[in-house]
Design a protein around this ligand. Sequence first.
Ligand code: GLA
Length: 416
Amino acid sequence: MKYILAAAALAQIAVATEGSDHELEKRLDNGLGLTPPMGWSSWNVAQCASASERYAIDTANKFISLGLKDLGYSYVNIDDCWSTKSRDGSGNLVPDPSKWPNGIKSVVDRIHGMGLKFGLYGCVGTMTCAGYPGSWGREAQDARLLASWGVDFWKHDACYTPCTNGQTPQTCWSAQFNTRAWYETMRDALASVRSTKNIYYNLCQWGRDSVWTWGNSVGNSWRMSADNWQDWDSVERIGSAAAGISQYSGPGGFNDLDMLIVGNNKLTENEERLHFGLWAICKSPLILGNNLNTISAASLAIIKNKGIIDINQDRLGKPATIFRPSGSPAPVSGRIYSYWAGPLSDGVVIGLVAGTGAATLSVNFRDVPGLGSGSYSWREMYSGRTGTGTSVSFSLGNHDMAVIKVTTSEWYSQCV
Ligand code: GLA
């Protein structure tokens, strides 16, 4: 599905030109996703082959044995290919019996019994991206089924929708309608079953129609880009675009930068630190797209960094974005800028990013939004380095990142 990329690049240009004074519309307000969800998704592990009970239960067990549950990872999400290729005689989706020998509900019950949550995947169009039945015209029926199974999270993809030429290809970049209406149909269907089950709603239409400007009135999070294709270029493409849309993200409705690929042997250790740190400070959902059976100790340490998780889960829910200290070069489109900052309930997070090569990056706290000319205590979350003063400086290898929490007094949290 690489051809999603070109149009997504156009969407990213729109990001850069978007005004920053947009009024947020009324929030979905289903009470879910007040901080970004944390969990795992089956897609990157083995695509269709991992959409099964075996992977779901195995991952739930790993959440507990690896200590991930204790850190807040709770959603075990099954992506595309979990159903049979056709609905049953009543029009219901059918779990593929070869992948779900005990059906979905029994698995949901077991996962709930472990203190965890379960997510499923579907699609706006007539078929999912991998060609399984989509929810087109069946939204209310599908929502009732999900609620009856106790499903906690629903990812709604955007394949096989009507194009202006009357066809329904896998990916239509010239849709007959704004995608918003389609996503509202499923929102309303999920709302109608809320008394049975309140379901987290994740929009996946790859950042079309400036979804960040309306996503929070429709869903709890929205993909703002084409897929993370499991390479550095994707991390750079998505991470750089996130800076321009931070203002649209907040409690109950977050920009979704897509699944984390930490632990898949696709990035260097530096790049894994940058990927996790940047997604976390941007308040993206932290959804692991990896195989927890084969993850290295180094990668596991990154996704278990409690200081960074706490920043992601801060109750303010305000994403970091770029700022430009005096004398620093201008941001370059498509590259991850060096200086990031965002408010926390008890301080400020600063991200220093060596996005284009090894660098020594220094910042005076007086240049940081939310800080002043005084002396502050700080802690860098990967190295554990701490200090007190008016500035920090880090020498970083190529594509590495420092995540620095600067603690301010309690009055700060009351002023933001
Ligand atoms: C799309 C989505 C991916 C994944 C696949 C499944 O490409 O963007 O995240 O869900 O479909 O087919």
